[in-house]
Design a protein around this ligand. Structure first.
Ligand code: DAH
Length: 336
């Protein structure tokens, strides 16, 4: 073949490729072998490269590349139409292949920690109580000594889902205290785990998070008992040598009120993380539930489950819990 003929061949092939329409997978495969196979036409065209004079080589190379690309595109689009079968038809299933081992899932760290908290309090006589996540104003605020317009309502940025009468996504698990005391008389000793909601979003706050509430109401309940109960809890949860501190605080539903912090290390430096609020149940709250505050006293606490899990598992960003990255959530094992 002279140079002219050689230069024309890729153009003829391009036309052939463009006109080609496979009617089934077998025909497509024959097309593939003819153009792109080890001894196919593209190989043959490439081999002719060396027979051309230097000034034509560049142009020729581009034409051969165009042929190769067009053939590959035909094959790819044909495979989409006929399915992915490559080469010889394979048996539909290999019946001798071993079955895949069943992969048991793992529980979410928030569920694990919640259950651990429940277990620890069950051991010392607390029962589990639950309440709704959509709450009315009375249970979420007013009965907890947070009347309408009380500035302390600002501490909890609320998702209102209805006004007048107000319905909210509960901002804490404390309304379960009210619901329980409306139905039961002392002695009362409950914990209430559950989801709560606030308009809040950063590395230590999530708009949906979890709390466990505690309530103990009986005759002669003292602040010393509250402290001892919480020491018992944190020592079991974090180990005997855990370092804690109580800070005076304010909550409308307890008097006096405190917050409990746990020490953690950040590069050798001691830091404190707040894990719960607590205090002695305010007499007004007992009255709102028809419990005589002259006869009964009580303590209450509310802890953040995520905060406890972050401390226990050394997790820096609360959002990690909700990304549902299997590599993260499959690392946690039940302590039970
Ligand atoms: N409900 C409070 C909050 O979400 C936490 C809390 C503080 C609960 C003191 C209590 C308590 O039961 O006594 O911020």
């Amino acid at each position: 073949m002279n140079s002219d003929e050689l230069m024309k061949r890729p153009l003829e092939m391009l036309e052939e490729i463009r006109a080609f329409e496979a009617k089934d997978a077998e025909e497509l495969e024959r097309f593939r072998v003819r153009f792109l196979g080890a001894k196919g036409l593209v190989k043959e065209l490439s081999a002719a490269f060396r027979d051309l004079p230097g000034e034509l080589k560049k142009e020729y190379g581009q034409r051969v590349n165009a042929v190769k690309k067009a053939a590959e595109e035909k094959v790819a689009s044909g495979r989409l139409r006929f399915g992915e079968k490559k080469g010889k038809k394979k048996a539909d299933a290999d019946l001798s292949r071993p079955v895949q081992a069943f992969q048991p899932g793992s529980r979410h760290p928030i569920s694990l920690i919640t259950d651990e908290i429940i277990d620890l309090f069950r051991n010392i006589g607390f029962n589990v109580a639950e309440g709704p996540e959509i709450e009315d104003d009375w249970h979420n605020f007013t009965a907890l000594n947070l009347p309408p317009e009380h500035p302390a309502r600002d501490m909890q940025d609320t998702f209102f889902i209805q006004r007048d009468p107000d319905l909210v996504l509960r901002t804490h698990t404390s309304p379960v205290q009210i619901r329980y005391m409306e139905k039961h008389k002392p002695p009362i000793r409950i914990i209430a785990p559950g989801r709560v909601y606030r308009v809040d979003n950063d590395s230590t706050h999530s708009p949906v998070f979890h709390q466990v509430e505690g309530l103990y109401v009986a005759e002669n309940v003292s602040f010393a008992e509250l402290k001892q109960t919480l020491y018992y809890f944190v020592q079991r949860m974090f180990g005997e040598d855990v370092e804690v501190r109580f800070r005076p605080s304010f909550f409308p539903f307890t008097e006096p009120s405190a917050e409990m912090d746990i020490a953690w290390k950040k590069g050798g430096e001691k830091k404190w993380m707040e894990i719960m609020g607590c205090g002695m149940v305010d007499p007004n709250v007992l009255k709102n539930c028809d419990i005589d505050p002259d006869r009964y006293t009580g303590y209450a606490f509310g802890m953040g489950v995520e905060r406890i899990a972050m401390l226990k598992y050394k997790i820096r960003d609360i959002r990690t819990f909700y990304e549902n990255d299997i590599r993260f959530i499959s690392q946690f094992k039940s302590a039970r």
